[in-house]
Design a protein around this ligand. Structure first.
Ligand code: XMP
Length: 429
């Protein structure tokens, strides 16, 4: 049986992709296209229904019959001029409109809801093969969810035509670099790990200002990446792990938006490529995770919590030294282990340790100590724009604190951060 498809024709505003995600979550394949899509192209896709979406700024007046006279059509944020639109949701009703959407999809369009993320993976792999042909693709693999899923998609689609560069800046968490390599070791791709810890730590020596740290790391990243890319030579495509929230953040327009993280200083200038490809651009984070699992990525990569590009540099307050990083890695590992052991991992969106630049007096046995203070941070959030501190049970905090001070040399005190965002940020720097 042919896969059922619903098309969304987008008249501007953010709702096209938001509704697309809802439709896909209900098990019906859905694509978003500009409202200028020609009738015969619409027809060729054989959709079971159309959804027209517009933003709330300038509600367009639309004669829906002009798009596809024979198809069921639903309008969202649209002002219909012919009644063609039997289902019409106001933008304000999007949150509560689940039942209307369901009725439209299943009762009116005859949807059966048998589409899955595995189907999406298969279809994306086919599309990528068609787009790339026998071209070469380069990807900066950070080990984060987005770039890992892109690597997995491309690996399935084009195998050895893909080269991934993983710049290990020496600011990863405990064992993380090895884990990333292990996750991809059986995939048929060229994966290059650049051990650049000395370079990065050298550049960061003596630097205490957070924004300067970020800038140095961003610039050095580009430099290392370019050097490795030059060894590979000309490629046809540069792949990016842009996901839909990045597209929204960068402003929605017709032109391809380049993901410019505040941690990575833009695109490398000297990498010779023809085109950018962004294969997960239409997906939201939870969909990207589901796609990763469907492609066979291990759970720890697919469910990885957000980790800032500058890594532990922004979790080691003040000057970054190898000693501080080692202490931080061990303390962070123990905290994460205790959260996971207590079964809290799924309920806390980000949890980690910070090494402060403060030392204080303590005692170990007969000896007076003067050691670092570790801060534990754990937050619950939906969008990372605002966040609440996680109400972790005292017993779990107690266990983490006891283990950290007894197992990690150089830590004399552990505190728990009980500040929400705003006014505090999630990271300490
Ligand atoms: P803040 O600290 O701003 O963090 O409340 C919000 C989210 O962004 C992450 N974050 C970063 N991510 N580069 C990144 O890629 C950065 O420089 C950076 N700073 C913060 C942070 O971990 C949290 O998820």
């Amino acid at each position: 049986m042919e896969r059922q498809t619903v098309l969304i024709l987008d008249f501007g505003g953010p709702y096209g992709q938001i509704i697309a995600r809802r439709v896909r979550a209900l098990g019906i394949y859905c694509e978003v296209h500009p409202h200028t899509m020609a009738q015969d192209v619409i027809k060729a896709k054989k959709p079971i229904g159309l959804i027209l979406t517009a933003g709330n700024k300038n509600t367009p007046k639309i004669d829906s019959a002009a798009f596809a006279p024979d198809l069921p059509i639903m309008g969202i944020g649209i002002d219909p001029v012919s009644a063609g639109l039997k289902f019409n949701l106001k933008v304000e009703d999007i949150q509560s409109g689940e039942q209307t959407l369901r009725s439209f999809l299943f009762d009116v369009c005859g949807g059966v809801g048998d589409w899955t993320m595995a189907d999406y993976a298969r279809q994306s792999v086919d599309e990528i093969r068609g787009q790339i042909g026998d071209g070469k693709v380069l990807l900066a693999l950070s080990g984060g969810v987005d770039s890992s899923v892109v690597a997995a998609l491309l690996a399935k689609a084009i195998g050895k035509q893909l080269s991934c560069i993983f710049v290990d800046h020496g600011l990863m968490r405990k064992n993380e670099g090895d884990q990333i390599m292990a996750a991809f070791k059986d995939w048929d791709i060229n994966l290059i790990r650049v051990d650049a810890a000395d370079r990065f730590l050298g550049k960061l020596a003596g630097v205490t200002d957070p924004e300067t740290k970020r800038k140095i790391i961003g610039e050095e990243f580009i430099r290392v990446f370019e050097e490795e890319a030059k060894k590979i030579g000309k490629v046809d495509f540069l792949a990016q792990g842009t996901i839909y929230p990045d597209v929204i953040e960068s402003g929605i327009g017709e032109a391809a938006v380049i993901k410019s993280h505040h941690n990575v200083g833009g695109l490398p200038d000297y990498v010779d490529f023809r085109e950018i490809i962004e294969p997960v651009r239409a997906l939201f984070k939870d969909e990207v995770r589901a796609l990763g699992l469907a492609l066979g990525l291990p759970e720890y990569l697919a469910w990885r919590q957000p980790f800032p590009g500058p890594g532990l540099a922004v979790r080691a307050i003040g000057e970054i030294t190898r000693k501080k990083l080692d202490i931080l890695r061990d303390a962070d590992y123990i905290f994460r282990e205790e959260i996971e052991k207590a079964g809290l991992a799924a309920d806390i969106n980000q949890y980690f340790a910070v090494i402060t630049d403060m030392r204080s007096v303590g005692m170990k046995g007969e000896d007076r100590t003067y050691d670092y203070t570790i801060a534990l941070r754990a937050v619950t959030t939906t969008d990372f724009m605002t966040a609440d501190w996680a109400r972790i049970p005292y017993e779990v905090l107690d266990q983490a604190s006891s283990r950290i001070v007894s197992e990690v040399r150089g830590v004399g005190r552990v505190v728990y951060d009980i500040t929400s965002k705003p006014p505090a940020t999630i990271e300490w720097e």
